[in-house]
Design a protein around this ligand. Structure first.
Ligand code: Z5A
Length: 216
C-alpha cells in the first residue's frame, strides 16, 4: 500500500537508475500505463526541467579539463536545479491533480554524490530537509543494472558526458548506495534492468499494478 506524505492530489512517481539502465525506455512504459488509466501526467527530468534548471544541467554535464568540480559544488548544483523544478513544475502539478513522472529525483543525489562521490549523508540530509519541504515521491522504480553493462549501453549513444567518464568504482559505489536505500525505505521497487526490454516492461507494469496507486 502506498503512503501519502502530503495532502496532494496527483501522485509523484520517480524512475531511478544508473546510466544505460533504461530510464528513458521505462518513462515511456509508465507514461503509457498512466495515460491508459486516464490520468493526467507531466514528465520531468533531473537535473533540468525548467529553463534555469536546464542551464544548470548543461553546466554539470559538460567536461572541462581545466577546472575540477568539487563534489560539494556538484551536489549544490543538483539541488539548485531540483528546487527550481520542484517549486515551478512538480508542486503546482501535484496540487492541480496532475501526476508527475520523474526521470530521477533526490535518490540520485543520495546515490551519486552521497555514495559515488563519498560525501555521505550529512550535507545531503541538511539540504533535503531545508529545501525539499514535504514533497516526497509516492513510488520509486529503481532500475538496477551492473554498471559495466549500463555504461556499455550508454556508450552506444556516442560521446560520454563528464559524470559518465568516471571510473567503474564510482558507479559501483553509486549502485551499492541505491540498493542500500531501496532495502531500507518504503515504496521503492527494485527492477532487474539487465533483462530484455520486454521483461523490464512487464516487471514495471506488475510493480505499478501491485502498488495499488490508482483509485480506478
Ligand atoms: N546526477 C547526479 O549525479 N546527481 C543527481 O542528483 C542527479 C543526476 C539528478 C544525468 O544524466 C546525470 O546526472 C547522470 C547522473 C547525474 N550521470 N551520469 N553518469 P542524464 O539524465 O543525461 O543521463 P542518464 O540518466 O545517465 O541517462 P541515460 O544514459 O540516457 O540512461 P537511461 O535513460 O537509463 O537509458 P535509456 O536511454 O533508456 O537506454 C540506453 C540505451 O540502452 C538505449 O539505446 C536503449 O534502447 C537501450 N536499452 C534500454 N533498456 C534496455 C534493455 N533492457 N536491454 C537492452 N538495451 C536496452
Amino acid at each position: 500500500m502506498i503512503s501519502s506524505n502530503t495532502p496532494k492530489k496527483g501522485k509523484f512517481i520517480v524512475i531511478e537508475g544508473l546510466e544505460g539502465a533504461g530510464k528513458s525506455t521505462a518513462i515511456a512504459t509508465v507514461n503509457a500505463w498512466l495515460v491508459k488509466k486516464g490520468l493526467p501526467v507531466v514528465c520531468t527530468r533531473e537535473p533540468g526541467g525548467t529553463p534555469l534548471a536546464e542551464q544548470l544541467r548543461s553546466l554539470v554535464k559538460q567536461a572541462d579539463p581545466s577546472e575540477h568540480i568539487a563534489p560539494e559544488t556538484e551536489l549544490l548544483l543538483m539541488y539548485a536545479s531540483r528546487v527550481q523544478l520542484l517549486r515551478n513544475v512538480i508542486e503546482p502539478a501535484l496540487e492541480a491533480g496532475t501526476w508527475v513522472l520523474a526521470d530521477r529525483h533526490d535518490m540520485s543525489s543520495r546515490a551519486y554524490q552521497g555514495g559515488g562521490r563519498q560525501l555521505g549523508d550529512s550535507l545531503i540530509n541538511t539540504l533535503r530537509h531545508a529545501v525539499l519541504g514535504t514533497t516526497r515521491p509516492d513510488f520509486t522504480l529503481y532500475l538496477d543494472i551492473d554498471p559495466a553493462l549500463g555504461l556499455a549501453r550508454a556508450a552506444r549513444r556516442g560521446e560520454l558526458d563528464r559524470i559518465e567518464q568516471e571510473q567503474l568504482a564510482f558507479f559501483e559505489r553509486t549502485r551499492a548506495t541505491y540498493l542500500a536505500i531501496a532495502a531500507t525505505e518504503p515504496n521503492i521497487v527494485v527492477i532487474d534492468a539487465g533483462q530484455s526490454i520486454e521483461q523490464v516492461q512487464m516487471a514495471l507494469q506488475q510493480a505499478l499494478e501491485h502498488a495499488n496507486l490508482c483509485p480506478i
